[in-house]
Design a protein around this ligand. Sequence first.
Ligand code: AHR
Length: 313
Amino acid sequence: SPGVSAEASDDKKTSKQVVVGFAQIGAESEWRTANSKSIKDACEGAGFKLQFSDAQQKQENQISAIRSFIAQKVDYIALAPIVETGWDTILKEIEDSKIPLILVDRSIKTADGSDKYWITRVGEDFYKEGKQLAQWVKDNQEKLGFKDKATVNVYQLEGTVGSGAAVDRGSAWADTMKDTKFKTIKSQTGNFTRAKGQEVMESWLKSDKGNIDLVFAHNDDMALGAISAMEAAGLKPGIDIKIVSIDGVKGAFEAMIAGKLNAVQECSPLTGPVLVQTIQDLEAGKEVPKLKYAEEKLFPMEEAKAALSSRQY
Ligand code: AHR
């Protein structure tokens, strides 16, 4: 434009602050709180401006947050999709806006099967998590006291219905336990929260006490809620009823150290630095992979004490 040299406008371009709109799911778990913190800290560290929206576990709130990010013309939209389906309309709106979309944490299934709507997903391998945990249970039957049992009755606390995390963890467990003595007797959602996990466990204990060998909780918070319910019913969690879960939050490590939780499969919430690096790479015109998974380990209760001091969440 008149009076502005090319150089000056270039300078302006490189010094422009990157604005990221992040549609987070909510604050349903210790994991989620750690994930929000990781993303906030990383964006602040990189000098990005973060528009953070907490959808309180509602897809419609995430969709309105995205519409407002489009109206504000943010530079990037990041979305942690609460469930896998129902995004088709908003994905087309994002595509029309030409704002790059990055999926964080959970996955999406589009009606047309296409993954063209997002540049990349910075997430976790939920199937692998469920599989590693089920395999550990199978491999540790003696330690868990299941060796001489003809059937092991499993009660499954599912995550949010239709979420990638619940779908993949559930099917990984079912696939791994297929044709074994581990039988899922009941499976109910606890929506990834401590309160709901406790409520469901209370109702199972009312109807099925004495019949429950193992609880598989899709996340630590529901396991911690179930542990409270078992204690209130006069049972020793980890001993009378074995229990395993996924995430690896501090509360779960403390429960393992106390002998109340038998094993935890890690799911890393520390995706902030990876998200920031991805945006910096895109800003620099570099190619980014379509999918990036975090490294995730399994911790049996005996290893919890030594690992606690190095836990970051
Ligand atoms: O999507 C990741 C899952 O969501 C975590 O396992 C759970 O704790 C969270 O709420």
